[in-house]
Design a protein around this ligand. Structure first.
Ligand code: GCO
Length: 475
């Protein structure tokens, strides 16, 4: 079948997040975020690694942008650290912090690279966590809108693509159910309450963006793991559909329609963990309709039915050894099983390029909205040779098969605005330190090398350079 060409203005991009790259954690008036504090708790991150220095992008952004320019990158997605703008979450603007992003955006634009800005990539001001428990209080809504408004005013006309919340489903579930992200709580009721408040904050910021008549587009980035049934046993098929409702539609329906899905909501009510919905909430969710849906795609998940006394929450693989994750499941709903048709990474993430096509198609048939792929990539151990080369053919295979799947989805009729690989440079993996690398650009990190922070181009850097130059014709 003849594949459609990528659109001429397709955003060939790459991404990062403030805490994972910037470093300079307490410079120029920055306040502490929940992550600055969380990493200090023993045992929470791989060997206690943190983002205090990260890859020092705060001081090396010009060097990083020069590499982007040389590669031909069309778009760079990064996040703004709330605590650089408002060290305590609100109050006086910290001009030095804002200036960093003004310089960053100007440098990108001067180099012909479209800035895609994420407003929130998990680094909540610690002050707001202390004052009113962060996402668990409705006070966070006004503070988030206030912070976003400053950025909208500052970057009006310069930044055309905005991402409201990054992976709300992840920071909420890992923060309030699995206790592996701050605030390290295990409480489904509190999780769904915080999640509802995050939905209201998300909708409020989008509404504000539209009220301000901002040129450009805004949408959330959802970490979408499409769910499959293990086989054609109707029990398993239903298990997969229920999982899709509870784990995906529960966020995507709210973003796109301002509605919670019926089956998932019933399930939460049965469990006694459904969020409290106040008068006016649902109307607000409908008013904050995004212009596009952002999707972070890494993997799919395959399920069988799980009896009521079946497995519960397992453990995720943070060891970097294949096969070391524990079984996970929702008793009475589903249990995740290995998909015999696909291989996994060393961190047990299933490698499934067709799953990306399926994700894009499902989202399109359900919501009919343009999609921006805000993340996709492979975390691996990379080796640098004595002559400073990094032969990451496994990453090239991963990325090229996924780009091909996007082209197939476009041919099927999906509207895709752009594609951001995760990540541009190597960076801090929240729970896995610096050994799990995602970048096109290798960074010499203490944990694995000498700590000089020198940048080296991987083979995948040159591969993507050619993809961009041929607008996706050569993969
Ligand atoms: C990791 C993760 C992250 C995420 C990203 C989500 O290894 O820590 O893969 O890097 O992909 O931050 O938006």
């Amino acid at each position: 079948k003849q594949l459609k060409a990528f659109p001429k203005d397709f955003l060939w991009g790459s991404a990062s997040a403030a805490y994972q790259v910037e470093g300079a954690w307490n410079e120029d008036g920055k306040g502490p975020s929940v992550w600055d504090e969380f990493v200090k708790i023993p045992g929470k991150t791989f060997k206690g690694t943190n983002g205090e220095l990260a890859v020092d992008h705060y001081h090396r952004y010009k060097e990083d942008i020069a590499l982007m320019k040389e590669q031909g990158l069309k778009a760079y997605r990064f996040s703004i650290a709330w605590t650089r703008i408002f060290p305590n979450g609100r109050g006086e603007i910290n001009q030095a912090g804002l200036d960093f992003y003004i310089n960053l955006v100007d440098e990108l634009i001067a180099n012909g690279i479209e800035p895609l800005v994420t407003l929130y990539h998990w680094d909540l001001p610690q002050a707001l966590q202390d004052e009113y428990m962060g996402w668990e209080s409705r006070q966070v809504i006004d503070d988030f809108v206030n912070y976003a408004t400053v950025l909208f005013e500052t970057f009006r006309g310069k930044v055309k693509y905005w991402i409201s919340l990054n992976e709300q489903n992840i920071f909420i579930q890992l923060g309030y159910l699995m206790a592996v992200h701050p605030p390290a709580v295990v409480d489904p009721k509190r999780m769904y309450e915080a999640n509802h408040i995050a939905n209201l904050a998300n909708a409020s910021v989008i509404k504000k963006f539209h009220e301000m008549d901002m040129p450009g587009q805004i949408g959330p980035s959802f970490a979408y793991t499409p769910n499959y049934s293990f086989d054609s046993n109707p029990l398993n098929v239903l298990a997969a559909e229920d999982t899709e409702d509870i784990m995906a539609n529960f966020w995507l329906d709210v973003y796109a329609w301002g509605e919670y899905p019926i089956f998932a909501m019933n399930y939460l009510k049965e469990q006694g963990v459904a969020p409290t919905i106040e008068p006016g909430d649902m109307a607000l969710l409908k008013e904050g309709k995004p212009d596009f849906l952002g999707v972070n795609y890494y993997q799919t998940a395959t399920h069988v039915f799980n009896p009521l006394n079946g497995v519960g929450m397992g453990k995720m693989n943070t060891s970097g050894k294949k096969g070391s994750s524990e079984e996970t499941g929702m008793p009475g709903v589903s249990k995740k099983v290995a998909n015999p048709f696909i291989d996994r990474t060393n961190w047990d993430w299933e490698i499934d390029p067709q799953g990306l096509r399926i994700a894009l198609r499902r989202m399109t048939s359900r919501y009919r909205m343009p999609i921006l792929i805000t993340e996709n990539g492979l975390g691996e151990y990379d080796k640098i040779t004595e002559t400073n080369e990094i032969h990451d053919d496994y990453r090239i295979n991963y990325l090229s098969s996924h780009v091909k799947a996007i082209q197939e989805a476009i041919t099927d009729g999906v509207t895709v605005l752009g594609y951001c690989t995760w990540s541009y440079t190597d960076l801090l993996s929240w729970l896995n330190g610096y050994q799990k690398r995602y970048g096109f650009v290798y960074v010499d990190q203490d944990e694995t090398q000498n700590g000089s922070l020198t940048r080296y181009k991987k083979d995948s850097y040159y591969w993507y350079q050619n993809v961009i130059a041929t607008n996706g014709e050569e993969l």
